[in-house]
Design a protein around this ligand. Structure first.
Ligand code: SAJ
Length: 422
């Protein structure tokens, strides 16, 4: 079967690039998003997110008539859902409300023979739950959970696994996990993805596909937690953690990741909690990694406070208001503009709000801070920050910070959370 028209529900960091890549293969894509502004932007052939080269691909897709955005679902042969799956509350319980509303929004336009794919990272069981919501909304159609291979609607979970900043390349080249609710569901989903995926489309069931995505991000989280814990141990033992890791990684079977100010973004800091919520009594290591990584920003804040105390002791003529802290970087990882769940931002905000010292913030990848943050801190350029700082706090290893010479930070207290200048 050849898909001619598909629909992407959710036009964010994953949905929009995926929609554009399908469109570049001459499949008509109806993009659906609740955000009217995003819809209008896309229909002008422009983009509302930052991702290298995406603007060109979207522009071409819209111009050639293969991609169109709307706020209201329309009939299509396949529906792909790429909406956020955050967690709610103190217990980090998964919040499936966006999947639920996407399912309820497409239900009225579903037709016999349609394929529905959940791409959003989800706790185990979410695809079956989505199938239930669809079945409740459309009692006139049959679904895999009750009719197996004979169902009118095919359903699969095919998680996205692309790295922000390299989305277009990874969408095409990475292997794709295809978790159909039945074998026929998987087969149809494979046919769809093979229109652009050059990697292998590997078939499994929906629950394994859900767990596979969570496992990948949790693997990374656990390993970063190990690196972060090492950095705190080494600090106490007066050992350079960056040198230590380099040395240990010379062992052929050791590959330690890099410590940092904490783990940010909307994936690695979130997804392990879905495993914990599925199996709270056994997911001890997964939970502990989250706890370790989440404790790192406060550890960095405490380091700054100690550094200020040291300055006040060694320069008694100074008071706390005379001490200037320059925070270099706010995004959740280098060379992007994404502030979501950024530990660097949390640290800078905490210092700005709670310290009597002057806090300067440098973030070369954004032109203005979001409104609710800008009341607490202002952006300055790197030269100004370095000239004024008593304490230079490196929070993000942006390429532009790498070239700062030792001479420019001489005499200042340097706290390098990324080992960029180690
Ligand atoms: N980080 C460290 N030390 C490291 C590596 C990363 O502190 O050695 C930090 C980063 O600074 C950042 C956070 O971890 O704050 C997450 O960054 P990342 O580059 O590890 O991952 P993401 O969140 O950009 O993308 C991840 C990827 N998952 C894996 O590599 C297993 C990506 O492939 C997924 O598609 C994505 O999550 C997602 O959407 O789930």
């Amino acid at each position: 079967m050849q898909f001619k028209t598909i629909s992407m529900i959710g036009l964010g960091y994953i949905g929009l690039p995926t929609a554009a890549v399908f469109a570049s293969r001459k499949i008509k894509v109806i993009g659906v998003d609740v955000n009217q502004k995003a819809v209008d932007t896309i229909n002008r052939g422009e983009i509302h997110i930052v991702e290298p080269d995406l603007d060109m691909v979207v522009h071409a897709a819209v111009k050639e008539g293969y991609l169109r955005a709307t706020t209201k679902p329309e009939p299509a042969e396949a529906f792909l859902i790429a909406v956020p799956t955050p967690f709610k509350g103190e217990n980090h319980e998964p919040d499936l409300r966006y999947i639920e509303s996407a399912a309820k929004a497409i239900a009225p336009v579903l037709a016999k023979g349609n394929l529905v794919i959940l791409e959003s990272t989800s706790p185990v069981g979410a695809t079956e739950q989505m199938a239930e919501w669809l079945a409740e909304a459309r009692p006139d159609l049959t679904f895999p959970q009750t009719h197996g291979e004979e169902s009118d609607i095919r359903i699969a979970h095919c998680p996205e696994r692309v790295l922000p900043g390299h989305v277009l390349r990874e969408l095409v080249r990475n292997d794709r996990i295809i978790g159909g609710m039945t074998a026929k569901c998987s087969q149809l989903a494979c046919t769809l993805y093979k229109s652009f995926v050059e990697g292998e489309c590997v078939v499994t069931n929906a629950r394994t596909a859900e767990m596979c995505k969570l496992t990948e991000n949790s693997f990374r989280d656990v390993n970063i937690a190990f690196a972060n814990e090492l950095s705190m141990i080494c600090d106490k033992l007066d050992i350079n953690v960056w040198e230590l890791i380099k040395l240990a990684n010379r062992h052929p079977r050791v590959n330690i990741l890099q410590p940092g100010p904490g783990v940010g973004g909307h994936c690695i800091a979130v997804d392990p909690w879905f495993i914990v919520s599925n199996t709270p009594e056994v997911a001890r290591l997964v939970r502990m990694a989250r706890v370790v990584n989440d404790s790192k920003p406060q550890w960095v804040v405490d380091k700054v406070k100690c550094a200020i105390a040291d300055i006040l002791v060694s320069e008694p003529q100074k008071s706390i208001v005379d001490v200037t802290v320059a925070c270099l970087g706010l995004t959740f990882k280098p060379d992007i503009d994404d502030l979501r769940e950024s530990p660097a931002l949390a640290i800078a905000k905490d210092l700005s709000e709670k310290l009597a010292s002057r806090v300067l913030v440098v973030e070369p990848n954004i032109t203005a801070l979001p409104e609710k943050i800008s009341e607490h801190m202002g952006l300055v350029d790197l030269d100004f920050a370095l000239a004024k700082a008593d304490i230079v706090l490196l929070l993000v290893d942006h390429a532009g910070f790498k070239s700062v010479s030792a001479a420019r930070v001489q005499g200042k207290t340097v706290i390098d959370t990324r080992g960029l200048w180690a």
